[in-house]
Design a protein around this ligand. Structure first.
Ligand SMILES: Nc1ncnc2c1ncn2[C@@H]1O[C@H](COP(=O)(O)OP(=O)(O)OP(=O)(O)O)[C@@H](O)[C@H]1O
Length: 262
């Protein structure tokens, strides 16, 4: 399978009042086209730092990151980000928030009518057509996340980067959104890199789970391949011995091999 993202010998240092802090130490891995890759690890191990590097929001202290064999030198619409706290503009409606991204990316390649149809299509994809004219304050947490996902998908990204996208949601809403993301991923064959703290979420959604060691100087610990067939059903997996075995391997890594210092 073709690699979309290549992370090669990446280290990240931060300078603070206490001096230099090595957050990531020599991290290397690839993200394959069409896969869902989860990053999991204890709090502070550098997951967001790594995702921000892939997004191009920051540049590495050492090493190189490539997207489609080109060096990542800044943000780009081919790497769309979905944040934990939706990050919608509060004074714009759901539709206008999506429009902002669509106009930015497709202003010159789509007519106004095509852009409008594309915005509506992406809101429909996440089942938000009914709330297109509502502002974020009028939407539930799950609905805001759906709009955030629509906005990201509307950019036709090669890779969807998700920083704990369901972290702030209740369990039922989280389950609905996980199912939506799995369905969309299957439809579009989108590549997804997802940060999660949730072991069940990691197994349910991922093709591979990248487990990180504790910081400082965090690095890649182990990579777990999740070879459960798709489409996946959380109800069916609850009785699946393979699912429990995979879950156990992540728990073992996190709580036996990487006991958290806190
Ligand atoms: N801009 C910065 N300046 C200084 N230190 C930073 C900066 N950004 C992150 N760090 C430090 O780097 C380490 C990794 O942070 P990061 O946010 O990537 O961890 P994380 O695994 O995403 O954590 P969490 O799961 O709690 O969100 C932490 O020790 C953090 O304090």
């Amino acid at each position: 399978m073709q690699n979309i993202i290549q992370v090669q010998n990446v280290s990240q240092r931060f300078h603070s009042a206490e001096g230099e802090f090595l957050a990531l130490d020599n991290v290397s891995f690839n993200v394959r086209a069409g896969e869902t890759l989860s990053l999991i690890g204890h709090s502070g191990c550098g997951k967001s730092t790594l995702l921000n590097l892939i997004a191009g929001l920051t540049l590495p202290s050492d090493g190189v990151l490539l997207c489609d064999n080109r060096e990542i030198a800044g943000p780009g619409p081919e790497r769309a980000m979905v944040f934990q706290n939706h990050s919608l503009l509060p004074w714009l409606t759901a539709q206008e928030n999506v429009a902002l991204a669509v106009d930015q990316v497709f202003q010159h390649s789509m007519s106004r009518a095509e852009r409008q149809a594309w915005i509506e299509h992406n809101l429909a994809r996440v089942q938000m057509s009914h709330a297109a004219h509502k502002r974020p304050a009028e939407l539930s947490g799950g609905m805001k996340q759906r709009v955030g996902i629509a906005r990201a998908l509307a950019m036709k990204p090669r890779v969807l980067l998700m920083d704990e996208p369901f972290g702030a949601l209740d369990a039922l809403t989280r389950a609905h959104l996980q199912d939506s993301v799995m369905r969309i991923q299957q439809e579009l064959n989108t590549t997804i890199v997802l940060i999660t703290h949730d072991v069940d979420e990691a197994v349910l959604l991922s093709d591979r789970v990248l487990m990180m060691t504790n910081g400082p100087a965090a690095t890649l610990g182990e990579i777990l391949t999740v070879d459960l067939p798709r489409p996946r059903s959380r109800v069916a997996l609850a009785d699946d011995a393979r699912y429990h075995h995979l879950r156990q391997q992540i728990l073992h890594f996190l709580y036996e091999k990487q006991r958290h210092a806190a």
